[in-house]
Design a protein around this ligand. Structure first.
Ligand SMILES: NC(=O)c1ccc[n+]([C@@H]2O[C@H](COP(=O)([O-])OP(=O)(O)OC[C@H]3O[C@@H](n4cnc5c(N)ncnc54)[C@H](O)[C@@H]3O)[C@@H](O)[C@H]2O)c1
Length: 367
């Protein structure tokens, strides 16, 4: 069988980790479909670009004709769909791109995949649709909304997205599910908690903490810093995704998490502690002294936690990295890869401005 896998958004943070894992540990051809928005960078896959099992197609997933052409050319056995606008703060300032890529783009891919599978004439070959092709949609735990102090999201938790980003991802999840129920498209869906690790775009929490600390600038922490997230090392997520694609039950969704709940301020102090040890500040002061609490993000969810027992019991997946070991690796990676950070920032220009501070529209009664 043709062992070609399309990966959308492969020049981004998680997509690039997936591509590295596929090329290193699986025998397949990988076709990376990426528009190269501000978040996508070819530098991220510099080593992989010379691999004969890797192909790059700079395309927009919303361009249906190009997607048809890619499917026809490569005849993939699967698509892993990660391309998205992914930054919550940006979705507050400009939701349009989120609706376009995350919802409309996913719709186009589903339609192209459905037509591609129909053209495969499986009945003639006595082949099951899911053995010929699978559509794996990669999503977030943010679609479930916010938790109180207890409990965890399961695969049957109700959807209650609160930000334009999570609402757009929730919409795409629903489309994917519907294309399975209505058209029989063999889909898999996964919802994962916060990822961290190498090659994350410098605007996200971890790289921000590291770069601000090293430059001696204030480290901004939203609100009281008590918002809780579950943290997963990106390579563990990549392995989970490929396992779900290959071994998951079609039509099912899987929650993926690290079982490592931490408040945002815990994350900041952990990273500062690692830096104090391996790259102490020139004035000898602990980096934590740079923490500055700033106005909270509008609609900031209080807590996310993942119950990952399904993927653990059914597919035998467990994260390999602990919070401490993963954070240590990540901090060291950023310290040793300043060149990557510079090239990414040079491409987009470093604004330094805070994003996502649009305030709520309040009614006269609320004022
Ligand atoms: N980062 C997390 O913690 C996290 C957690 C759970 C789920 N996810 C999901 O995983 C996926 C990847 O997240 P990430 O953090 O790697 O994002 P990212 O922003 O780092 O990368 C997104 C990639 O998609 C590409 N892209 C954007 N719009 C495109 C379009 N219209 N056509 C083609 N390519 C396009 C970008 O160029 C970029 O390379 C997203 O779907 C996100 O919702 C992320």
């Amino acid at each position: 069988m043709n062992n070609t896998i399309l990966v959308t958004g492969g020049a981004g943070f998680i997509g690039s980790a997936v591509i590295r894992h596929l090329l290193n540990d699986h025998d397949c051809l990988v076709v990376n479909i990426d528009k190269l928005t501000y978040a996508g960078n070819q530098e991220t896959l510099k080593n992989e670009s010379v691999n004969s099992r890797y192909v790059f197609e700079q395309l927009d997933i919303c361009d249906q004709a190009s997607m048809v052409s890619v499917f026809n050319t490569y005849q993939p056995r699967a698509i892993m769909h990660l391309a998205a606008e992914s930054h919550v703060d940006r979705s507050i300032d400009g939701p349009a791109d989120f609706v376009q890529t995350n919802i409309v783009g996913t719709y186009h891919l589903l339609e192209v995949a459905r037509q591609y599978l129909a053209a495969c004439n499986l009945a003639d070959r006595d082949e099951r649709a899911e053995d010929r092709f699978r559509f794996h949609h990669i999503s977030t735990d943010e679609v479930f909304g916010s938790l109180g102090d207890d409990g965890a999201f399961t695969e049957s938790s109700p959807y209650q997205p609160n930000s334009p980003y999570s609402a757009s991802k929730a919409s795409s999840d629903h489309l994917v599910r519907a294309w399975n129920e209505t058209f029989g498209l063999p889909v898999l869906l996964s919802n994962c908690s916060n990822n961290y690790g190498p090659y994350q775009y410098p605007e996200k929490l971890l790289p921000v903490i590291i770069s601000k600390a090293l430059s001696g600038d204030a480290i901004p922490v939203y609100g009281t810093g008590k918002n809780v997230r579950d943290w997963l090392y990106v390579d563990d997520h990549a392995k989970a995704l490929v396992k779900i694609l290959n071994e998951g039950e079609v039509g099912r969704s899987y929650n993926v998490g690290g079982n490592e709940e931490r408040t945002n301020i815990d994350v900041v102090t952990t990273v500062c502690g690692i830096l104090d040890r391996i790259e102490p500040s020139s004035d000898g002061k602990p980096y934590e002294a740079l923490v500055q609490y700033v106005t909270d993000r509008p609609g900031h969810d209080h807590r996310y936690a993942i119950d990952a027992s399904r993927i653990s019991s059914e597919l035998g997946w467990q994260p390999e990295e602990s919070f401490e070991s993963g954070m240590e690796k990540t901090v060291k990676w950023y310290l040793n890869n300043q060149q990557w950070i510079n090239s990414v920032l040079a491409k987009n220009g470093k604004s330094g401005l805070r994003l996502g501070t649009k305030t709520k529209v309040t009614s006269a009664r609320e004022k």
